[in-house]
Design a protein around this ligand. Structure first.
Ligand SMILES: Nc1ncnc2c1ncn2[C@@H]1O[C@H](COP(=O)(O)OP(=O)(O)OP(=O)(O)O)[C@@H](O)[C@H]1O
Ligand SMILES: [Mg+2]
Length: 368
């Protein structure tokens, strides 16, 4: 992926997973003409999105996230390069073929459009009926719509019209409508932005469940790293129209390679406190002879054993933990530990070698 660009590309190339690519961007650039001349919204984007994957596109305001989503559902066409969706080059489609493609894609935007004349239940049922090629929503479509509205906590408002709902409620209705249409591709643009914390998490849970059950590909644009961390298995970091970094969520969060990514990760703190600890001549780092202050960083997915207790037993050393910030992303620990290691020099050296063999990144911060 992204072979021609400078984007940092964490391992696990799409082709190695054996899953089908549902969306590919091949050197895509989107330029628009403005009063000040041409403006590039996206530049040289090469990306693959696979079937069943949940992708988080993160970037600051204006980075190009919404533009990327609009290129996927054919709302925009590239200025150069090719966007292929479900096997079709989006730019080359007839109107009929484009309509067919669009019926297999749902995009939930920041301001969902609903027919004011209809109740929420009717609108969701119509989407469910269309997915079954029914002219009018039948009983099954209405039942599906009701179930989905219940899932997004809107059952009691099923007979409300769009203007009677809050912004967050309308967005949840749009999520229900998107699921109802049984899409192969689901695009979400800041879908949790208008939700309170609890509803937001619930929506993310539903998206994950839907993706798992249906095998649909999900692309979620957001500037909240927490959202990505919660459900996305892949991250694409956009900055001013460029992909600056992409890869499996775990790899990107555990070991970000660009400053732009680190900006987002500040919320998912890591070992930034270590520097403070060292710089401030804190008494905790006044080491006695034979002690070493060592930082361990978990940056690989396969670190799952309780390594600290293991090394104290195996190598007969003491580890006094000064600082620990470990959280679970996916199924794996991420973050790190700073501890004072004490014991025979040789044993500490062996313990460090052992940790490195377990793919823990080890840094000796200070020693006495
Ligand atoms: N039709 C247009 N004409 C001119 N500039 C545009 C047009 N559409 C988007 N832009 C500009 O392109 C850039 C990318 O826009 P886009 O909406 O994709 O960003 P975004 O990452 O979704 O931002 P946000 O987080 O604010 O939603 C922005 O600077 C925006 O102002
Ligand atoms: Mg946007």
């Amino acid at each position: 992926m992204a072979e021609d660009s400078d984007a940092v590309n964490h391992e696990t190339a799409a082709t190695e997973t054996g899953r089908k690519a549902t969306i590919t961007f091949d050197d895509v650039t989107k330029t628009v003409l403005t009063a000040d001349g041409p403006k590039s919204l996206l530049k040289n984007i090469t990306l693959t999105f696979e079937e069943g994957g949940i992708y988080g596109v993160i970037g600051l305001g204006g980075a190009g996230k919404s533009t990327l989503l609009k290129l996927i559902d054919g709302n925009l066409t590239p200025t150069s390069g090719t966007v292929t969706v479900l096997g079709d080059n989006v730019a080359g489609l007839s109107d009929a073929a484009r309509a067919r493609l669009r019926s297999r894609i749902s995009r939930v935007g920041v301001f969902p459009d609903f027919d004011e004349e209809r109740t929420i239940l009717e609108s969701v049922a119509i989407a469910a009926g269309e997915a079954e090629n029914a002219v009018e929503p039948d009983e099954a479509a209405r039942a599906k719509a009701l179930r989905l509205l219940r899932e997004v906590s809107l059952r009691s408002q099923k007979d409300a019209h769009p203007s009677q709902l809050s912004g967050g409620e309308l967005q949840r209705a749009a999520v229900a409508r998107a699921f109802a249409s049984s899409p192969r591709i689901l695009l979400f643009d800041e879908v949790t932005a208008a939700q309170d914390h609890i509803e937001g998490r619930e929506i993310l849970r539903l998206i994950k469940q839907f993706a798992k059950e249906s095998g649909a590909t999900v692309v979620l644009a957001t500037h909240e790293i927490a959202t990505v961390k919660e459900i996305c298995d892949h991250i694409v970091v956009l900055d001013r129209g460029f992909v600056v970094e992409e890869g499996p969520t775990y790899a990107v969060i555990a070991d970000p390679q660009t400053d732009q990514t680190r900006v987002f990760l500040e919320a998912v703190s890591s070992l930034g406190k270590v520097d403070t600890l060292l710089a401030g001549h804190d008494p905790v780092v006044d080491l006695r002879p034979g002690q070493k202050l060592i930082a361990l960083r978990y940056v690989h997915e396969d670190v799952s054993e309780p390594l600290v207790s293991l090394i104290t037993r195996k190598f007969g050393i003491d580890v006094n933990i000064m600082l620990a910030d470990v959280q679970i992303v996916g199924k794996y620990p991420i973050g790190g530990i700073v501890g004072v290691f004490e014991g025979p020099e040789r044993n500490i050296r062996d313990a460090v070698a052992f940790l490195r063999s377990k793919k823990v990144r080890v840094e000796i911060l200070a020693e006495n």
